[in-house]
Ligand binder design. Structure first.
Ligand code: HEM
Length: 461
């Protein structure tokens, strides 16, 4: 016995030494790939720097701080660089560029075993999927898209009017961060959609940074080993609702409607793919009362100050801050620096939107006037830069851009022509956690009636 134990000891030690040695060699090799690009020390050695920044909910600010310290291109992991140069990124995101979606996108699967438009890495599959989705998302095939948005805005107005209007004798603050379009009449997160999203997105975004873990989690072969992955991230219920909503549009007696889902079906989207795309619109069920004359999208586009406020809002607080990494299978030169093949090439939206060369020395300020009375070329550059929020170019551009812009155009006018909003605590306006999108809470405001209410004509002045 003694003899066996003493022989096993050195063997185990040798094994351990080999493991440690290979880890060290891998780390040194990893570090060497990007050592010619200055950046945070630990980020060069381990992905933990990036994962920690993602989990703490401040990645957007951290990338901007590092950008200010190290310049336009810097590493944030052994296989990661971040860029804060808008022109270079627009070139890379262009149709004919050699860059592809990086493996990170696989982390955006809602169903762990099935891709959707956001998550697929295959260019051809993605292109075909986009062709089927674009007419629906863009509103071309949808009857009354404007009216549907008007109804949602009217629902919000009506909720504020009836439940949250404060007066000199009646104090009724409201948490604006908690109002879900689609469930306004009920004034609750009816199917736990917001709650599920807020729970799910941080988990998805953290696992997206761990390709080895993602491979295990999404492997159909290992399905038996894990608890239901959908339930692990809490998305099971939402997926169930999506399946139910899609079911009635397929089969022997399909319901035909001219809405987004109807357009997807008409353009040949398979039932399975439709389930993957429908998670974003299952809340379209509940409709509320309307205002008599909601502003039209076309009218809103003609209001220069409104457009300036919307652009300035998107610029100062970009709503989508995911790192959106692209990868090339060949070495590339970006910002004059060699980026080795296989490097995840991400962007820092906060830095791009605060670039002083593009927006002026006061780029950190919210100042809508910067958009007014400037030369057309300057406006174009600023506009192009802000619209990077929607990943411009026909390849990956947000399919919901038109809908998102309509919502912004209508909501501000309809609210601000009726109400004044006062933050309950200006020293702590809201709580905000950045998980690629912002998870906000406690945005408590006091809403009072604006007297006299503004009509659209006055807004044009
Ligand atoms: C201000 C609001 C929005 C912002 C900032 C935004 C931003 C983005 C970005 C950056 C992407 C590109 C992701 C990538 O592939 O790298 C994207 C894709 C997408 N967005 Fe949006 N989005 C917004 C609203 C919406 C809305 C309201 C919808 C649905 C009606 C929508 C539907 C989509 C879809 C389907 C894609 C996938 C496109 C594709 O993979 O080809 N978005 N969005």
């Amino acid at each position: 016995m003694l003899y066996t134990a003493s022989a096993a000891g050195p063997a185990a030690l040798l094994g351990l030494a080999l493991v440690v040695l290979s880890v060290v060699i891998l780390r040194v090799k990893g570090f060497a790939r990007l050592k010619h690009i200055p950046g945070p020390l630990w980020a060069g050695w381990t992905d933990l720097w990036l994962i920690r920044a993602q989990i703490c909910g401040r990645l957007n600010f951290i990338l901007h701080d590092v950008n200010r310290q190290y310049g336009k291109l810097f590493p944030i992991g052994p296989k990661w660089v971040v860029c804060g140069d808008g022109a270079e990124l627009r070139r890379m995101w262009g149709v004919r560029s050699a860059w592809q979606r990086a493996y990170w996108y696989r982390g955006l699967r809602v169903d762990p075993y099935k891709d959707n438009a956001f998550s697929t890495l295959d260019d051809q599959v993605h292109e075909k999927l986009r062709a089927k989705l674009a007419p629906g998302y863009g509103g071309k095939d949808v009857d009354n898209l404007h009216q549907l948005i008007d109804e949602q805005v009217a629902g919000l107005v009506s909720l504020l009017e009836t439940t949250y209007l404060s007066t000199e004798i009646d104090f009724r603050p409201v948490d604006l961060a908690c109002k879900a379009f689609g469930y306004l009449a009920a004034d609750v997160d009816l199917f736990g959609y917001i709650e599920t999203t807020e729970r799910t997105v941080p988990v998805l975004l953290a696992t997206a940074l761990m390709p080895w873990f993602l491979r295990i989690l999404q492997s159909p072969r290992l399905k038996w080993l894990l608890p239901n992955a959908q339930d692990m991230v809490g998305i099971g219920t939402v997926m169930g609702r999506a399946k139910a909503a899609v079911a009635e549009r397929y089969g022997d007696k399909p319901v035909v409607k001219r809405d987004m889902l109807g357009s997807f079906v008409a353009h040949g989207l398979s039932r399975e793919d439709a389930e993957g795309e429908t998670v974003a619109e299952i809340d379209a069920g509940i409709r509320e009362g309307r205002v008599s004359s909601p502003i039209t999208d076309a009218e809103a586009r003609q209001l220069p100050y409104l457009q300036a406020v919307i652009r300035e809002g998107l610029r100062v607080w970009p709503p989508a801050t995911a790192v959106l990494p692209k990868v090339s299978d060949k070495d590339q030169v970006v910002c004059g620096v060699r980026v080795p093949a296989g490097t995840n090439f991400a962007w820092s939206p906060w830095s791009i939107m605060r670039n002083k060369e593009t927006f002026g020395d006061d780029a950190d300020l919210f100042r809508p006037e910067r958009w007014l009375g400037i030369p057309p070329a300057k406006y174009r550059l600023m506009d192009q830069t802000v619209m990077m929020e929607f990943a411009p170019g026909s390849r990956w551009e947000c399919l919901g851009k038109t809908v998102a812009q309509m919502e912004l155009n209508k909501t501000f006018v309809e609210l601000l022509r009726r109400f004044d909003f006062t933050l309950l605590d200006p020293t702590s306006p809201w709580k905000s956690y950045n998980a690629a999108v912002f998870i906000q809470s406690d945005m408590n405001v006091v809403v009072t009636r604006r007297e006299p209410s503004l009509v659209p004509a006055q807004l044009k002045e």
